[in-house]
Design a protein around this ligand. Structure first.
Ligand SMILES: Cc1cc2nc3c(=O)[nH]c(=O)nc-3n(C[C@H](O)[C@H](O)[C@H](O)COP(=O)(O)OP(=O)(O)OC[C@H]3O[C@@H](n4cnc5c(N)ncnc54)[C@H](O)[C@@H]3O)c2cc1C
Length: 401
């Protein structure tokens, strides 16, 4: 797509990285994505390619072997990858969030231990807040870490871990009452534990079980799992940042950059849906002309392209704000909300343009139709984004009567 979703003011290096990623997506991802997705098969070869491109270390500082790139570069790469197959962007997203949390909040020893191997994709990250009984309401977490000598003993059940099986380092948010007396605000009594484990399913470490893949309607290929901790012993030096009680803030910081990421995924999926819709509309004929020549279809294409442009602009704005060191929760919340809603609408319009063929598994749009809804939920639902946006607006526009 030559014209839509252009980003002005990129450096030569950024343009080069993006051109390389786009080429990889066109040649290595798009041709195989739908086949792998239908079989729910993990894209091992694609992941090896991403490692070679250095994408697992894109935002990890150069001193730890990464490329030291900005959130904007990262988000634009995610947009390209999601245009090829959203599941692949999911594979790097949780890795990126854990690397970001380590970079921002880890002790020197934790950074030295994990970041160089994460940059190479040897250590792969997942993050775990959600539980069977909660997702939006993080303050209600029940999993617990209790101090026992030089270790913590973790118990509880976690839910919806993207990359739960393939990861080897999971950032797990638990309640930890040590040093925080009864009655402490929930968000001040949570700790992020860095849990190392073997990849795979079953008991992957004494006290830690990854039962198996959750069967999902879309977003296949990438493994999403539960995680069960039953007397899991974690050394005290694997508390993120070395101090308990900071977990909630660390996770929210990670999720905030994750939101820009989900927005970027929405942009990528919407772009692909537009490409498929505009192409099909020029191939299919009804009533003696291309359906693209019917005004109703042209209007659809116009609306789709406008949404692709608007979502891209908001996503880029949110990423640039974070890169400039400013608070970006308002912009990230707006970008995530708008991009995921628009993505769902653009995908639905492309589906409608395909007529009955959109319902056939032979057409790529069928896959996109099952993938788009995940973006409405992950990294905070639309309702949660609107709560964040609303609160921030009331802070910014406080009534001065
Ligand atoms: C494929 C997939 C992958 C995921 N990966 C991860 C992961 O890697 N790590 C992780 O920790 N989590 C992950 N999640 C979990 C995800 O973050 C949660 O599903 C999400 O936050 C919503 O939580 P919930 O499902 O418990 O819904 P609930 O919180 O139970 O919400 C149900 C409904 O109520 C609404 N609602 C809730 N509270 C309010 C309120 N105060 N006001 C108005 N409406 C409200 C919600 O918007 C929603 O519509 C994943 C989920 C999916 C589906």
């Amino acid at each position: 797509m030559a014209r839509l979703a252009q980003t002005h003011g990129l450096t030569d290096v950024q343009q080069e990285i993006l051109a390389t990623v786009r080429d990889f997506v066109d040649k290595e991802i798009i041709p195989v994505a739908t086949g792998l997705e239908h079989k729910d098969e993990y894209p091992t070869q694609i992941v090896e390619g991403l490692k070679e491109l250095g994408l697992f270390g894109l935002m990890i500082p150069e001193e730890y072997g990464g490329l030291g790139e900005s959130l904007l570069t990262y988000a634009l790469c995610v947009e390209e990858i999601a245009r090829g197959w959203m599941s692949v962007s999911g594979i790097i997203n949780t890795h990126f969030i854990v690397a970001y949390m380590l970079k921002q909040h880890g002790t020197q020893e934790q950074k030295d231990t994990f970041l160089p191997r994460m940059a190479l994709g040897e250590v792969r990250g997942a993050f775990s807040m959600s539980e069977p009984g909660l997702g939006s309401d993080v303050s209600a977490i029940t999993s617990k870490g209790v101090k026992d000598g030089d270790e913590y003993v973790l118990n509880g059940q976690k839910m919806w871990l993207t990359n739960g099986g393939t990861s080897t380092l999971v950032a797990v948010l638990c309640r930890s009452d040590e040093g925080h007396p009864e009655g402490t605000a929930p968000h001040k009594s949570m700790t992020t534990f860095l849990v190392e484990k073997e990849p795979g399913f079953g008991e992957v470490r004494p006290g830690l079980t990854i039962p198996g893949k959750i069967d999902k309607m879309g977003y296949k290929g990438v493994d999403t799992t539960e995680l069960i901790m039953d007397g899991l012993r974690i050394p005290a030096n694997r508390v993120l940042g070395g101090t308990t009680g900071r977990g909630f803030y660390q996770m929210m910081d990670g999720v905030e950059v994750g939101r820009v990421n989900v927005a970027a995924r929405g942009c990528g999926v919407a772009q692909r849906a537009f490409e498929l819709g505009v192409s099909y509309a020029q191939q299919r004929h009804t009533f003696g002309k291309q359906i693209a020549q019917h005004q109703a279809i042209q209007f659809k294409l116009a609306e789709m392209a406008t949404k692709v442009e608007a979502a891209h602009a908001m996503m880029v704005n949110a990423a640039r704000k974070k890169d400039s060191g400013e608070r970006n929760d308002l912009e990230a919340g707006m970008a995530k909300y708008l991009a995921s809603e628009y993505c769902k609408e653009v995908v639905e319009d492309a589906f409608r343009i395909h007529g009955g063929y959109g319902f056939s598994k032979e057409y790529e749009i069928e896959r996109l139709y099952r993938e788009a809804p995940m973006l409405l939920i992950g990294e905070g639902t639309a309702e949660i984004q609107k709560m964040i946006i609303g609160r921030r607006l009331l802070e910014e526009y406080r009534f001065q009567g």
